[in-house]
Ligand binder design. Structure first.
Ligand SMILES: Cc1ncc(COP(=O)(O)O)c(C=O)c1O
Length: 344
């Protein structure tokens, strides 16, 4: 399907420029979820068919990031994944994190280790002898800036530091590959367009050897589908050992949405999204960039008045553009921001 017509698969009310906050479900994902909610309401189905969505989601996510499904754990939040990854660190470990990092990928390190924060653009050079890990977002949620992954991975390799990435603002529009990473956590309710409550964690085999399964539970058990009662502790051999028992309905919405993204092709989605972001930037007199998220000093209240929904914080507008965003959405936003006032 052509990306320019893929928007037909959604029911977005025009003016949604806030996927960096949450993404909108494709129609068939929403409908699958409604079917399941109806089953739940009436008690007309066992939960096992709902649970099949977890395996589907895990496989689709693994495919998206070039991982084996056996190296992907399922969870509900990024902070939970990072908190368990933190068990791989030695006491007193030093973790380098960008100053601007979203706190779900900062607080877990502050609890477990010593954190050194640095300007995002100096991340690679801040990795030095004695650095145990570097943790960062592939795309920063506040600014939309992309981390220069190659440099960071090379610096981390040189000092034997773990590389821990948050892909919540990347997966779904930016091609992502787990090559060179130890952990990659992703919340699925933004660019993967799932209901909140589904998250994925790629955990490399070498990292897993050092991790403790702090949230061990029946779903992470060796028996596929559940280790229900009694000792001994018997966890899966692969990344499933770190699974949380799943928020079923979130995964019911996640599976069809992630499968659709794979089908449409993330590289094509990137071109579409960045093209729209750059159309928005050009309208405001800004140079193009390579991101689907634009953060700009602009009178955000005018967007609200025009019915455009973007994130407006402390005098800055954060607008984000996904597969269902249209040129009309962009042009309306530019018009609202520029009409009757000199560009700023
Ligand atoms: C980069 C990033 N990571 C994670 C999250 C969400 O974290 P959690 O899943 O812990 O709620 C967000 C939400 O805005 C985010 O922007």
């Amino acid at each position: 399907m052509d990306i320019s017509t893929a928007g037909e698969l959604w029911d977005a009310t025009p003016g949604w420029l806030n996927t960096a906050s949450y993404g909108l479900p494709p129609r068939h994902a929403y409908e699958e979820l409604q079917t399941v909610l109806d089953q739940w309401r009436h008690g007309s189905s066992d939960w096992k068919p709902w649970d099949a969505s977890v395996a589907r989601s895990r496989a689709a996510f693994a495919r998206m990031v070039g991982a084996r499904p056996a190296d992907v754990s399922v969870s509900s939040t990024v902070s939970q994944i990072m908190s368990v990854v933190a068990t791989a660190l030695r006491p007193g470990a030093r973790v380098v994190v960008p100053e601007i990092e979203f706190t779900s990928n900062l607080f877990p390190w502050a609890v477990a280790a010593e954190v050194v924060t640095v300007p995002a653009e100096r991340l690679a050079e801040a990795i030095r002898p004695g650095t145990d890990a570097v943790a960062f977002s592939l795309v920063q949620s506040a600014t939309g800036s992309l981390t220069p992954l190659k440099e960071v991975v090379e610096a981390a390799r040189a000092h034997d530091a773990l590389v821990i990435a948050d892909a919540s603002q990347a997966c779904g529009w930016l091609p992502v590959d787990v090559e060179g990473l130890d952990a990659l956590a992703c919340a699925a309710y933004k660019w993967l367009m799932a209901p909140r409550g589904a998250a994925f964690g790629y955990l490399s085999p070498r990292l897993r050897e050092r991790m403790r399964p702090l949230a061990a539970n029946w779903y992470a058990g060796a028996d596929e589908g559940g280790s229900y009662y009694g000792p001994p502790l018997r966890l899966a051999e692969d990344a499933r050992a770190f699974d949380l028992s799943p928020a079923w309905f979130s995964f019911v919405g996640a599976a069809p949405a992630i499968e659709l993204l794979n089908e449409l092709g993330v590289e094509r989605i990137r071109e579409h999204n960045v093209g729209l972001a750059n159309r928005f930037r050009a309208g405001l007199g800004l140079e193009p960039s390579g991101s689907a998220i634009v953060s700009v000093d602009a009178p955000g209240e005018r967007l609200e008045a025009a019915g455009i929904r973007a994130a407006v914080r402390a005098g800055r507008v954060r607008a984000s553009f996904h597969v269902y965003t249209t040129t009309d959405d962009v042009d309306r936003a530019v018009e609202a921001l520029t009409q009757g006032s000199p560009r700023r």
